[in-house]
Design a protein around this ligand. Sequence first.
Ligand code: PNS
Length: 168
Amino acid sequence: MKIGICPGSFDPVTMGHLDIISRSRKIFDHVIVAVMINPAKKTLFTVEERIELLKRATADMDHIEVVGFEGLLADFARLRGATAVIKGLRAVTDFEYEFQQDLTNKKLNPDFETIFMSTISEHMFLSSSIVKQIAMFGGDISNFVPACIVEDVKKRICEDKNGRPSAE
Ligand code: PNS
């Protein structure tokens, strides 16, 4: 069985993420959506919350599993016997960062590959950070995140504005 991993922070999951996850199912028998820790990012949602939002957003997709993992992606890939990691590329600007991660991961675990999948043009500009910024200033995020999580994002942004302690 060919296993692929879609890793990310997913804070929160966007339509761009969903597109990559869904298309990955065409290549792999089983796709693990892994909510990883990115130490460089302060998150809006806890890992558990992000997993819950992702599970809801992918409820109608088959061959999908959503899990959290605190550690190296290279170790997670080994643990789960994954053939490859799939990363979405939006623009050339993503490439340097992704290439650096790919080379690092290959050194840590030479047994798995990274596949770069280009996003569809509608999602070229989309990121979780952009979504949070739009929501923070009261903009409409309904085209950018799955309908079933829109209220969760708006509510959390509102709580944050009112001084909620950070998620992690
Ligand atoms: O959605 P993001 O924040 O761009 O995803 C980045 C992520 C979480 C995939 C990356 O930070 C990661 O793999 N974190 C796990 C720790 C790790 O393996 N670091 C070494 C890779 S350079």
